[in-house]
Structure formats: C-alpha cells, structure tokens
Design a protein around this ligand. Structure first.
Ligand code: XMP
Length: 512
C-alpha cells in the first residue's frame, strides 16, 4: 500500500489513480488523521499532496514526523515538497515568482525518479501551480531539475529516498508525470504492480463472504453501472442469499426497465423483485412544477417503496450499496462555511439508518473507471459498462415543469433517436452525457400544408471529467441538423429542436 496524505489539493484523487494505474493499491488520508492512517496501513511509501495552504502561514498543515523517521520513501508534490523541506530544515519563501500552468524544466542530474524518461540536460514540459517555493534545501538534498520560476523544481535525497517536485506529475498536462509516479512506486519503493481487477475481484468476494456469513442481503438496483456491478459481485460471493429490488418509477428511458430485468433475472440469474411503482410516482408528480419539490418527492417515494418491499422480503440483515471511493474520501476543507444546495441529489442515503441494516459496500475503494473495469471482469457487456451517467430522478428532471405520461413518452422517443444518432456517428464515448429535454413550451410550425402547434425539444451533450464542471459538446451542424430532422419527423408532439450551448458553470448539466 501507498499512503497519500491529503493537504486539500484539488487533484489529490489523481495521485491515487496514477498509483493504482501503476498496479499498486493506494489510500488517501486527510492530513489531520495521517498519523493514525500511517499506523493502520503500514505503507511501503508515502506521497504528500499539494494544498491551497502556504507553509509560510502560521498553523499550516504538517506531515506527521513518523513518516520521515520510518525509513520508507517519500514523494512530496508541490505543497508536499514544501512542507517536507520546512520540516526537515530547509527554507520556503512566499512567491515573488508565482507560476501557474505550463512550464519547462531542465534536468540537472539523473535520478531513479527520472529513469527511462528524463536524461540529464534535457528539457521537459510540466504543470506548475504554486506561489511559494523552496529557497534552501535541507541537509542531504540536492537539485535534480530546475525551472525558471522554481530553481528547486525537483529535489532528491537519494540516500533516504526522499523526493520532492514543485510541479504536479499527477495531472495530464505533465505528459511524463504518470511514468514519474510509476518510477517512484516501482523503482524507488520497490513495489510490484500486481494490483489488478482480477485480484480485487477474488479479494472482494472473500471479504463479502466473511462479512455476510449466511445472512441475507438486499440491494437496490437502478440500472446504473455502480449498483449493477455491486450486485453481480455480491451474487458471485453469496449466490441467492442476495435479492435485488428494482424500483421502477416510470421515469426511465426507452427500453431501460426491460434491459435491467432481462440482464439480472435472465442472464445473471439473480433473484430480482421488479416493483411496478409507475403510478405511484407519476401520480404524485403530476401538476408539480417546482424542481426541488419534484426531486424531494421522488427521493421520499423511492425510500418508502424500497422499505416496504424489503419488509415483504423480510429477514435481511444487510443492505448492499454501490458507494464509490470519491463518496468515501473525507474531504479536506479550509473554508468551512455552509455551502448552498444547488440540487437535492436523489440517492439511498439515509436508508440504512432508517431501516436499521448493516451495509455491504464492495466498491468503496474503487474509482468510477475501476468499477467499469471490474464490470468487464465480471462479464458485463461493453455497451452497459460504458454507459453515460443517468440521474436518480430520471426523466422527471428532463421535463421541466409538470410531467405527464404523454410528455414522458414523447421525451423517451426523442431521446432514443438522439442517442441512436450519437452512437451511429461514433461519438458516444467522446461525450460525458447526452440527452434530450422536453420543454414546456409549444411553438407554431408547418408540416405538409398544415399548421402545427407542438413542443420544443432541447438537445444537450457535454464533456466532463467528473460532472463537477462541463463544457457543451461542439457537434458539427450537419449532425445536429440530421438529429433534429429525424426527431421532428418521427416523434409526434415535437415540431422544433434546439441545441443547448451552455457550460457548467454557469449552467448545470441537467435542466432541473
Ligand atoms: P448537474 O445537473 O448538477 O449534474 O450538473 C451533475 C451530474 O449529476 C447527475 N445528477 C444526479 N445523479 N441523482 C443522481 O444520482 C440525482 O439526483 C442527480 N441529479 C443530477 C447528472 O446527471 C450529472 O451527471
């Protein structure tokens, strides 16, 4: 294991990913509990993350001393480098030479950190983002690379295996960064890259069996990748001790409910209860215009329905959830302060306490792309594993204003055509999310010789890395024209199509 001490950088998770890509398991621990994490994990190496803080400020965060005295290799990145220097007797100064973005450094000396990538005297592009910089090195350290703004861009104490870099090797804008991290992991820390999904699968199955024993488990299936992979993995571990509950709220896309039931019941032979709750949900939502009320109604009904169904099954001690690593990592916050609710997210949070059940969360240690990898390992079809995210409240939040069954059906048809066109054009995987929205607006058109007065359909497609920020996807006009023509020709009820060119921020991905 490699321990990553998080000082609150925006990109700490990327460090963990790069280490795992090198085939070594890593865990992120906030600096406040780093000492406890160190003792618990007994890591073979430590990486110190960047931070918005400055070591020149009073009470800025520090790495626990035990890390430096334990004899294992340490890599400090940006703030991590600075605090390592400050703690070991070097000097840091507030930046007169702030550097943000692309920079070029020159390699001064060869090092195992640069093995196979950077030779002495060569120049390389890296990504910098810092105000402070190291100005005097602790004893034992030497410079191994320098940039115009950071004379101590990379430093090493080869004897103690302590390394520091001012740039960010974990981001893609440092093209050789992943190799540099892999050098630290393999060559310097001497770890073998044997953490694979096949190994994870075996290990997880053993853990699920040990935890659950012969108790019964229920799992809420949404049709999304996370809950599906969790269910299949758990079923592999404990067979028919698992029952899945699929609450069909009538807000799914075309053919989706049939797909979920077909795959789990018929293909994987997993006991599945298909709860037909369409009338309940749509009845409760009809006439409701307020997006937050819509979201909250769906969340509440989901929990009530799920709970009632679980009671009917009876006797289950465990609830399975597809919780992922990013939901688990305690975030390091410097600002405190309450954040505003933009949207109430619908998930099953709160269910376990309410139902007094224990949790099985076999994906807690994985990132989204690792879950996809595990899905492939478990034999899920590629089309399913690579699916775009779909929100819990489903089509209800893609029908701004009040929903009706008719509107949902119109939206389903338009959405299916749009996605069909995207797949045919080979663009599906280049897009984070694409969907149609049915606007509560009717406009006048002319079809054949007649006047029409029908709904407007908006098309949305965005690129994103994590859904937190997003950019609209720049289709060419011919693609959009074709998609619009097909939708208007084939879907009764739509006579106009528009394309949404809003980024996030200021827009959000979904319309409600
Ligand atoms: P927004 O619209 O906030 O969406 O930009 C960001 C991402 O989150 C998804 N989303 C949800 N996912 N329950 C979910 O599970 C929800 O209530 C929910 N609302 C939005 C959205 O599709 C996008 O991927």
């Amino acid at each position: 294991t490699i321990l990553i001490v998080d000082f609150g950088s925006q990109v700490t998770q990327l460090i963990a990913r790069r280490v795992r890509e090198a085939g070594v398991y890593s865990e992120i621990v906030p600096f406040q509990s780093a000492e406890e994490g160190f003792r618990r994990l007994n890591p073979k190496a430590v990486i110190l993350s960047g931070s918005p803080a400055s070591t020149t400020e009073e009470n800025s965060p520090r790495a626990p001393e035990i890390i430096f005295s334990s004899g294992i290799p340490v890599l400090g990145i940006c703030y991590g480098q600075q605090t390592m220097c400050a703690q070991l007797g070097g000097k840091i100064e507030g930046g007169l030479h702030r550097e943000f973005g692309r920079a070029f450094l020159e390699v001064q000396k060869s090092s195992p950190l640069f093995d196979g990538i950077w030779a002495e005297g060569t120049r390389h592009q890296v990504w910098m983002s810092h105000g402070d910089r190291v100005t005097a090195l602790p004893k034992g350290f030497e410079i191994i690379a320098a940039s115009p703004g950071a004379p101590f861009a990379a430093i090493a104490d080869e004897a103690r295996r302590f390394y520091g870099v001012q740039f960010h090797p974990e981001v893609v804008h440092t093209p050789d960064g992943a190799k540099l991290i892999s050098n630290f992991v393999h060559r310097i820390a001497g770890l073998k890259g044997d953490w694979t999904m096949a190994a994870f699968r075996e290990q997880a199955i053993g853990e699920i069996r040990a935890k659950v024993g012969d108790a019964r488990v229920i799992c809420g299936l949404s049709g999304g990748v996370d809950s599906s992979v969790a269910a299949i993995l758990i079923h592999e571990a404990i067979g028919d001790q698992l029952t899945c509950i699929f609450v069909d709220h009538g807000l799914l896309r075309m053919g989706e409910a049939e797909q979920v039931v077909g795959m789990f019941r018929d293909h994987y032979n997993i006991p599945l209860v298909h709860v037909q709750a369409q009338d309940l949900f749509i009845g409760a939502l009809e006439g409701e215009m307020d997006p937050e009320v819509k979201r909250k109604t769906i969340g509440r009904l989901f929990i009530e329905t799920f709970e009632a169904e679980a009671k009917k099954i009876g006797g289950a001690d465990f609830l399975a959830q597809g919780t992922l690593y990013p939901d688990v990592i305690e975030s390091v916050s410097f600002t405190g302060g309450p954040s505003v609710t933009i949207k109430s997210h619908h998930n099953v949070g709160g269910l376990p306490e309410r139902m007094n059940m224990k949790l099985v969360e076999p994906l807690r240690e994985l990132f989204k792309d690792e879950v996809r990898e595990l899905g492939r390992e478990l034999g899920l079809p590629e089309q399913f594993v690579g699916r775009h995210p779909f929100p819990g409240p489903g089509l209800a939040i893609r029908c701004p204003g009040g929903i009706t069954r008719e509107k949902l059906e119109i939206l389903r048809q338009a959405d299916a055509i749009y996605l069909d066109e995207i797949r045919k054009a080979g663009l599906y995987d280049a897009i984070w999310q694409a969907f149609a929205v049915l606007l509560p607006v009717q406009t006048v058109g002319v079809m054949g010789d007649g006047r029409t007065y029908e709904f407007v359909c908006a098309l949305r497609a965005v690129t994103s890395v994590d859904g937190m920020t997003a950019d609209f996807y720049a289709f060419d006009m011919e693609f959009l024209g074709n998609a619009a023509t097909r939708i208007i020709n084939e879907v009764k009820g739509i006579n106009r199509v528009v394309y949404d060119v809003t980024s996030k921020p200021p827009g959000t991905i979904e319309w409600e």
